[in-house]
Design a protein around this ligand. Structure first.
Ligand code: GUN
Length: 293
């Protein structure tokens, strides 16, 4: 049986630590950290993720406000809303939830957010700083994956890390972070994607395997090397009539098969998801001037 990389438990521990730091440093005069989130339209998974972010902020003591804008919001209207938050000095973090409706240009929106408030690390300036090894903010999911590995003693240094997926949110920043000469880095990184030939032959060579593609249970047991460390990032809904809500969440790996071969595995749910939220809260506090280590 594989070790379960329990992101839920580790996230709780990190959030408890943040709460303590917040109380201590606010008593010395720092302002209350504040996160604003924006969502355009009603995409349901986004609503669920934002609620998780709100709960974490409220529990730690971080101020939180969510703007839910109508589906038909134009670029100009969104620019106006972002600009207002950019100028509000009481807000330290601004997160525009992805995905946006197709009529909005996601990259252009990411560039509108003031880099000093870009707690997602999506703005090109912050992506560049990450790339040169001097990050202003940690990209939340990628950093969450690395912290989860390190907490269980699985340092990527020297290992072959195979990332499946090249998204701007996960695959690309994770590849950079794991490659850099820094804590949690120093791995030999392979990035696979939809045009990769003979994917199983590459995933089988991974010491650390990180599927982040959003394809339910695509990675089968025989795609994974005996003793590999697997961090499943996929969050996929599959119909399930036995559940009240009509679906269940599964990752990108076929859990039972892969668990039988892996040394350790981060499950879905309860693995990477909660870690993302803990890193986001860390970023908001850092943005407000807190020493978060
Ligand atoms: N959509 C899925 N994950 C994320 C995230 O970490 N940040 C934002 N802004 N949108 C997302």
């Amino acid at each position: 049986m594989a070790t379960i990389l329990d992101g839920k438990a580790l996230s709780e521990k990190i959030r408890a630590g943040l709460k303590e730091k917040l109380d201590r440093q606010m008593s010395r005069g720092l302002p209350r950290p504040f996160l604003t989130t924006m969502q355009v339209g009603g995409y349901l998974p986004s609503t669920v993720y934002i609620r998780a972010k709100q709960r974490a902020c409220e529990e730690i003591g971080i101020g939180f406000r969510h703007y839910k804008l109508p589906e038909e919001t134009s670029m100009d209207q969104l620019r106006e809303a972002v600009s207002e938050v950019n100028q509000d000095s009481s807000v330290h973090g601004l997160l525009v939830q992805s995905p946006l409706p197709p009529h909005l240009d996601e990259i252009a929106v990411q560039r509108m957010v003031k880099p000093e408030k870009d707690v997602d690390c999506f703005h090109p300036e912050n992506v560049g700083l990450l790339y040169i090894g001097q990050p202003r903010f940690q990209p939340c999911t990628a950093a969450g994956i690395i912290e989860l590995l390190l907490a269980y003693g699985y340092d990527p240094a020297g290992k072959h890390a195979v990332i499946v997926g090249r998204s701007v949110i996960v695959g690309r920043p994770l590849a950079v972070m794991m490659m850099l000469k820094q804590r949690g880095g120093n791995a030999t990184v392979t990035v696979c994607h939809s045009l990769t030939r003979d994917l199983p032959s590459i995933t089988r060579r991974a010491d650390v395997l990180v599927p982040a593609i959003g394809a339910a249970e695509m990675i089968r047991g025989d795609w994974v090397k005996e003793g590999a460390i697997v961090v499943d990032v996929g969050i996929n809904r599959v119909p399930d009539a036995s559940k009240k809500r009509g679906y269940r969440l599964v990752g990108d790996v076929a859990f039972g098969e892969v668990e039988a071969r892996a040394e350790a595995i981060a499950p879905v749910p309860g693995g990477v998801g909660p870690m993302t939220v803990a890193i986001l809260a860390t970023n908001v506090m850092r943005s407000a001037g807190f020493d978060v280590g």
